[in-house]
Design a protein around this ligand. Structure first.
Ligand SMILES: Cc1cc2nc3c(=O)[nH]c(=O)nc-3n(C[C@H](O)[C@H](O)[C@H](O)COP(=O)(O)OP(=O)(O)OC[C@H]3O[C@@H](n4cnc5c(N)ncnc54)[C@H](O)[C@@H]3O)c2cc1C
Length: 382
């Protein structure tokens, strides 16, 4: 939808900002930024323009929980019920490699990477899932060792439960190779890297529609400007259907809270439970806690930001009763972000029209796979 009709481009604007573009990337989340950086590293003379309709990247990449995770035991076992072993472990391997690429590209400093472990909590009602994890742990550790080169990454760590102080949690498992990052720092580092490589980034400018033709791809921007470029990469994830209604990717909103600083916070690491529908972590002596979209899947299948009292109340209850039962907790902030999900966890990377490639559907794993998915999209174009 055209928002406003901007004044016609001046000669100076047209020549300096829009002339000679070789590749237009739509969406400056983790995928779009990595795609742009990779393309420029591969072909330094390429003129790349990255546009995002938000004042900041406005989807999931600046709004997520910052888990650098690649596979909790219940998630992998659940996936194995629906997909073949090779499919499941291929995706896990991609997450592992993707995290390595992100760390290599920006450095651990640049993303504030901390390998403090990814924990999974089991309550009384999770007994069946816990027993399955116990039974399959040797198999999972064997498969994960092939991918990570590290032995016994899954371990039982019930002895750490008293230290964390949870209530109603009976068992605890850890993936020792998982970590956490500062999401904001990662995005700032990606933007700084892209700018250093002279990639042009324009915020507040969206793509409204496009059409491929013999002379290139004709684009209409959301302020009414028109442009023709030879190649386009669409990295708009949960919003992809606004441009491509046939694509098998749906929006899914996730709501998150941030507490005020908690004195002597004992929680350290990333934690999930209930098949990953709930997740929390420490950051700057605070707790970030999110999830619960399974409480209202239809309502949360939206690309509109916002919070609902149903999910807020449940998150608050769990925070007070289970995560920090003996402390007075104050909330500083609530926000939401939009995921792109589908019937499988595999991202969609494909050419949709001549010269137009999409790289979308990161699910809840964009930090892990976003770098490689961006690269794959570019490889289809260059
Ligand atoms: C609350 C929350 C917690 C999460 N936690 C984690 C986690 O701990 N670990 C993890 O790995 N993943 C997590 N994720 C998922 C992860 O954040 C995403 O998978 C990832 O950020 C997706 O990146 P992206 O670049 O594909 O999309 P996005 O970051 O959504 O970027 C898409 C961009 O496209 C722009 N855009 C949309 N339409 C247009 C248009 N027409 N024209 C121009 N621009 C447009 C948007 O403004 C947006 O900036 C979480 C997500 C949420 C919401």
């Amino acid at each position: 939808m055209i928002k406003t009709n901007a004044p016609e481009l001046s000669y100076w604007e047209a020549t300096q900002f829009f002339k000679g573009i070789d590749l237009l990337i739509v969406g400056s989340g983790i995928v779009g930024l990595n795609a742009a950086i990779f393309a420029k590293e591969k072909a330094p003379n390429l003129q790349i323009l990255l546009i995002d309709r938000g004042a900041l990247p406005s989807g999931a990449s600046t709004r997520n929980a910052g888990f650098a995770c690649f596979g909790s035991p219940t998630e992998i076992l659940d996936d194995l019920k629906e997909q073949s072993e090779s499919e499941v472990f291929e995706l896990v391997a991609k997450r592992w490699k993707g995290l390595a690429r992100l760390r290599e590209r920006l450095g651990d400093e640049g993303i504030a990477y901390k390998e403090w472990g990814g924990f999974e909590l089991f309550r009384k009602e999770d007994q069946e899932a816990y027993e399955e994890c116990q039974e399959k742990m040797p198999f999972l550790n064997r498969e994960m060792a092939k991918i990570t080169g590290r032995k016994a990454i899954y371990q039982n760590v019930d002895q750490q439960l008293p230290q964390f102080g949870f209530k109603g949690v009976e068992k605890l498992m850890v993936n020792k190779a998982e970590g956490q990052i500062d999401t904001g720092k990662m995005m700032k580092s990606l933007i700084a890297k892209a700018r250093k490589l002279e990639i042009e980034i324009i915020n507040g400018l969206g793509l409204d529609s496009f059409q491929s033709g013999a002379g290139g791809i004709d684009l209409v921007l959301d302020n009414g400007w028109e442009l023709r470029v030879p190649k386009v990469l669409i990295a708009t994830n949960g919003f992809a259907r606004q441009l491509l209604p046939e694509l098998e990717v749906l929006p899914a909103r996730n709501q998150v809270l941030m507490t005020k600083p908690i004195p002597d916070l004992a929680i350290k690491g990333t934690f999930h439970y209930d098949r990953g529908y709930y997740y929390f972590r420490n950051i700057d002596s605070r707790i970030l806690f999110g999830g619960g979209r399974n409480l209202a899947p239809k309502v949360e299948q939206t690309n509109t930001f916002g919070t609902t009292s149903l999910i807020q109340e449940e998150l608050l209850k769990l925070l007070e009763e289970m995560i920090c039962p003996n402390q007075k907790i104050e909330i500083e902030q609530w926000w939401s972000g939009i995921l792109g999900v589908g019937s499988t966890k595999k991202p969609i990377v494909k050419e949709v029209e001549p010269g137009v490639v999409v790289a979308v559907r990161m699910g809840g794993m964009g930090i892990a796979i976003g770098s490689l998915v961006g690269e794959e999209g570019v490889q289809l174009l260059l």
